[in-house]
Design a protein around this ligand. Sequence first.
Ligand code: URA
Ligand code: SF4
Length: 211
Amino acid sequence: MGDNRLAELAMVHSEIMACTKCDLHKSRKNAVPGEGPIGAKIMFVGEGPGQNEDEQGRPFVGAAGKLLTELLGSIGVSRSDVFITNIVKCRPPNNRAPRKAEIEACNPYMMSQIRLVKPRIVCPLGTPAIATVLGEESSATRAHGKPQTKGNVTILPMYHPAAALYDASLKEVLASDFNVLKDLLKDPSPPREPVLEDGREMRRETLEKWV
Ligand code: URA
Ligand code: SF4
């Protein structure tokens, strides 16, 4: 079973690397599927690859990634134990925000990652990721630090570490939201199968949004 999930995740990541479903494929150097172990308790979802990520094909390898790694360290978690990805897997040109059509085209990949990794907690980072995971009315300002449950998975929205890089007060908020994450990790109950909101299992062919 674990092996099947690993093989299936590898297939999803190969698909992403060859994907042409939206225009972002035209300007990317490398698609950035994401990385981390199957069965990771935590999945972080950022906005999209930046220049460093596009060049290296890996998520959160620049300054925001360094802060993310530090924040994880502050609650005793190693970066190699978490799964890290983005709502779009290819870099938007000049770091513009990803467009709705691009986010929608890419969404099935994130849903497959959630279904296969089965994280206990998903942390969308910043408003575009939060709105993608929780719905368009959600924002970092309103939702950060408050865990909610969706499709059997705990969602803990947070500010984007890039926003906190040059804003000490946001960095404090982010650090205190990481302490909420630390408390959530103490829950001893086994992880549950991610499902769609109406209770149906998520399947590979499920292209619906997770609503
Ligand atoms: N910012 C993001 O949202 N994602 C990355 O992978 C890097 C920076
Ligand atoms: Fe495909 Fe997503 Fe890249 Fe668009 S952003 S080309 S949907 S992998």
